[in-house]
Design a protein around this ligand. Structure first.
Ligand SMILES: Nc1nc2c(ncn2[C@@H]2O[C@H](COP(=O)(O)OP(=O)(O)OP(=O)(O)O)[C@@H](O)[C@H]2O)c(=O)[nH]1
Ligand SMILES: [Mg+2]
Length: 144
């Protein structure tokens, strides 16, 4: 299984994505600090939203195979700075979350475009709630 770090805005669905791939029921708790669980590193959204914390993300990424940018299709803010890919110096893929509650296809398309602009080559569309797209993501990361 690939070792990866989840990065995205507050409430993007990073912790929920981790719960979904482990086939657990969603249970909300705010991520307060960088959290290492087996091969997955979950990060608090503030580490992306507050630019002075970028260094911590960059250092943590050094220990991963992959950086997974997480973007909710219900949050139309641009939180990924151009050049993020060069800071991580790791392959980057994207995950669009909350497609079960997307207001329109346009919002999903916007989220995909945002992730591509940030440097993601491959993008998965998922619902952590009804598990749409989760089997494909699990297969990609090599999870049995
Ligand atoms: N409907 C729906 N809700 C989701 C989905 N993913 C996450 N949520 C909800 O969105 C809220 C925030 O999810 P989290 O996974 O805690 O978000 P996070 O990115 O870990 O946020 P921080 O830890 O604050 O950085 C929770 O109430 C989740 O239940 C999804 O795919 N669909
Ligand atoms: Mg979290």
């Amino acid at each position: 299984m690939k070792r990866f770090m989840l990065v995205g805005a507050v409430s993007a669905g990073k912790t929920s994505l981790m719960q979904a791939i482990y086939d657990r029921d969603l249970s909300y708790h705010k991520t307060q600090a960088i959290d290492f669980k087996e091969n997955i590193i979950d990060t608090p959204g503030e580490y992306l939203e507050q630019r002075f914390r970028y260094r911590s993300l960059g250092i943590t990424a050094a220990n991963t195979d992959l950086v997974v940018l997480v973007q909710s299709c219900t949050d139309l803010r641009c939180v990924f700075a151009p050049g993020l890919a060069s800071m991580f110096a790791k392959p980057m893929i994207g995950v669009v979350t909350k497609i079960d509650i997307a207001r329109s296809q346009k919002d999903i398309d916007w989220a995909v475009k945002n992730l591509k602009l940030a440097g993601c080559k491959q993008i998965f569309l998922v619902s952590n709630r009804d598990k749409t797209g989760i089997p494909e993501f699990r297969e990609f990361i090599g999870m049995k």
